[in-house]
Design a binder for this molecule. Structure first.
Ligand code: SF4
Length: 646
């Protein structure tokens, strides 16, 4: 018997209405740990290159973490994997909530969706009973409504549902798969892939449990992880203020993306920050994913005013910047309302906000006119226009139809140089990190297989603002002095370490808040929990090597799709325009002074700087500098024979 995992992969072919299962090969856990790693292996083995992401040939894979279903702290994360309609490259997107654990309790570690149905369906998994059910009555319903209807049909409000809203149905390129209503597998358009398959939802009820091999050892290692996590001072901060807690300080550091990444600072940002939210009447509850010890999620309601009756999970830091300050707004009610709509329509708040601010800049430059917007005045900070645009995108109304294809395609269509303020690369809208103020992040964003965001490698340690971060930088580079976000030196080492760690974390089903964001749990402690759970000693080195193997397989997927070094880049604006608020003399000097005269301080990600970091990064990985492709020996060394063959 296998420990920790349920042991089965559930396959559903929607074209032929066929359901079957197979055992999870033990070698896959050994090589790829679980979740993200095994998903990548399934995608590599089963998807032919060149497939249209919105065709029935694409796969949609859900993978639970190997530690999911246990009480390992933050182990409720699930990875969703497919070929992305946004980038036409590899996509993994990670989500919390409770659905993944329920799937495991139903007896399955992985769910692989093949083909596409003719008419809307939903999948009903009730332990070992699996049915493809008619969902015509659910099509057109939002995430909240459809979840409730499915739970009513099951006569069980505890049934867990992963589903799409109207965004996914309408093939919005950045539609999310929503889980437990307010958790989003948001980035890269997995919801559009689900919509293209006419799969409205996957509802799960599971009554099983997960067994670990060494109960005492597992308890001990989890206890250490929990204790260490609580000793990190930021754990309490995360609980009290959520991800939004950092808004005021990031703004003060002139690194808070505002006005479509034209500024790193906005006056009054504290009014949309976590501490303000915590004191406000909007915050009603703090929520957590399964087995979480931080509970960083918020739940808000608006009781009075023009948005009275609005209620939603969030807002997170990213959402506040995307739907608020990025659009020039510091109105918290607007952010909460737009967040609610994105959640119930099932759309990525980051991409949605990015599109709206790009359109605002087009409006400012008179490229988009009021008559094209059916009278909408898309001025910076116009809250009602922000909320209205979210609706128009979800339902592809008017100009919303152009925006729904993502900012890269929208800029290609609208033209007039608007690609220069389309803040994307690989077709994915950049997440809300000011990479001109943090060069490790800049490199991590450029090489991320899915596009520029922080969820493949969160290099927060490079800021050196916390002792845990400084210790980590010393461990990676040999010297604390490299905990300096405006140094180019050692960024390659820092990024590669974080990539390995992040891949292992995702694959175990843990949350990044436990290590690369908060420094409580190091890879050795993850290896201890993993070893005790599966009953085989896994060293820290082996775990990190698995992370490297996963990352390299993901890279291999992109290479097979034709990606080259030219794809490892950053948005035009960030490489060619200095950060406005830093470029004003006084602020630059202040920032330099605060950092004690930082060498190499430039508020821009110049192509020269990026190229230097890329050379070092490819050398470190032993990938070809010219093409960025892994060398044969690198693949051999990692045991990725299947990639060598292709
Ligand atoms: S820290 Fe936040 S995102 Fe991570 S598992 Fe906990 S609640 Fe979910």
């Amino acid at each position: 018997m296998s420990f920790a995992i349920a042991g089965k992969i559930l396959h559903v072919d929607l074209t032929h209405r066929r359901v079957w299962s197979e055992r999870v090969p033990e070698a896959w856990i050994r090589q790829f740990i679980g979740s993200r790693g095994v998903n990548a292996k399934i995608l590599w083995d089963s998807l032919k290159p060149g497939v249209d992401p919105l065709s029935p040939e694409n796969l949609l894979i859900f993978g639970t973490g190997t530690l999911s279903g246990t009480f390992a702290p933050t182990s409720g994360r699930t990875t969703v994997t497919c070929k992305s309609p946004t980038s036409h490259l590899y996509l993994k997107t990670n989500v919390g909530g409770h659905w993944g654990t329920e799937l495991k309790f139903a007896g399955y570690d992985y769910l692989v969706i093949h083909g596409a149905a003719d008419t809307p369906v939903y999948l009903w998994i009730d332990n070992d009973k699996v049915e493809i059910r008619d969902a015509r009555h659910l099509w057109g319903k939002d995430v909240r409504q459809a979840t409730e209807l499915i739970q009513q049909e099951a006569e069980d409000p505890s049934v867990q549902v992963a589903l799409i809203g109207q965004g996914g149905e309408n093939l919005v390129y950045f539609a999310a798969v929503m889980v437990s209503v307010y958790n989003a597998a948001a980035r890269g358009g997995a919801g559009a892939v689900m919509g293209s398959k006419k799969l409205k939802a996957v509802a799960v009820r599971g009554h099983g449990s997960v067994k670990v091999a060494d109960r005492e050892g597992f308890y001990r290692s989890c206890h250490v992880a929990i204790k260490n996590s609580y000793e990190d001072a930021t754990a309490k901060f995360a609980h009290l203020y959520g991800t939004a807690g950092s808004v005021p300080m990031v703004n003060e550091a002139r690194a808070f993306p505002s006005y479509n990444f034209r500024q790193g600072y906005i006056e009054g940002a504290e009014k949309v920050g976590g501490p303000y939210l915590a004191e406000s009447s909007y915050l009603k509850r703090r929520l957590g994913c399964n087995a979480c010890i931080f509970c960083c999620h918020r739940y808000c309601e608006i009781d009075t005013g023009r948005y009275a009756g609005c209620f939603t999970g969030g807002p997170e830091y990213e959402t506040i910047s995307a739907l608020g300050t990025g659009c020039g707004s510091i109105d918290l009610e607007v952010v909460i309302k737009a967040n609610e709509l994105c959640n119930i329509y099932g759309m990525d708040t980051i991409s949605t906000g990015n599109l709206i601010q790009w359109a605002m800049e087009c409006y400012e430059k008179k490229i988009l006119r009021e008559d094209q917007l059916e009278g909408l005045r898309l001025e910076w900070g116009n809250g009602d226009a922000i909320v209205e645009m979210v609706k128009r995108i979800a339902f592809r109304q008017g100009v919303g139809n152009i925006l729904a294809d993502g900012v890269k395609r929208a800029a290609e269509k609208i033209g007039h140089g608007s690609e220069k303020w389309a803040v994307q690369s690989k077709g994915l809208e950049q997440s809300r990190v000011e990479t001109r103020a943090a060069f490790g992040y800049a490199l991590a964003f450029a090489v991320n297989p899915r596009g520029p965001d922080h969820l493949h490698s969160e290099t927060i340690a490079e800021f050196g603002t916390r002792p845990g971060g400084r210790r980590l930088i010393k461990k990676i580079t040999g010297d604390e002095k490299y905990a300096n976000p405006r140094l180019v030196e050692k960024r390659a080492e820092i990024v590669r370490w974080h990539e390995d760690c992040f891949a292992a974390t995702d694959s175990l089903g843990l949350c990044a808040f436990i290590n690369t964001s908060r420094f409580g749990v190091d890879p050795q402690q993850m290896a201890d929990m993993f070893s005790a759970a599966i009953g085989r000693r896994v060293s820290e080195e082996e775990l990190m090597r698995c992370g490297r193997r996963i990352l390299t397989l993901e890279k291999g997927f992109n290479v097979r799709e034709g990606a080259t070094r030219a794809d490892d880049t950053l948005p035009w604006r960030l490489m060619n325009e200095p950060l406005e608020s830093l470029a004003r003399g006084q602020d630059v000097m202040k920032a330099v002074e605060q950092r004690g005269g930082v060498e190499g301080f430039v508020p821009i990600n110049s192509p020269q700087m990026l190229n230097r970091m890329l050379d070092e990064y490819y050398d470190l990985h032993h990938w070809d500098r010219k093409t960025s492709w892994p060398y044969r020996e690198t693949l051999e060394e990692l045991g990725l024979d299947e990639v060598i063959e292709e």
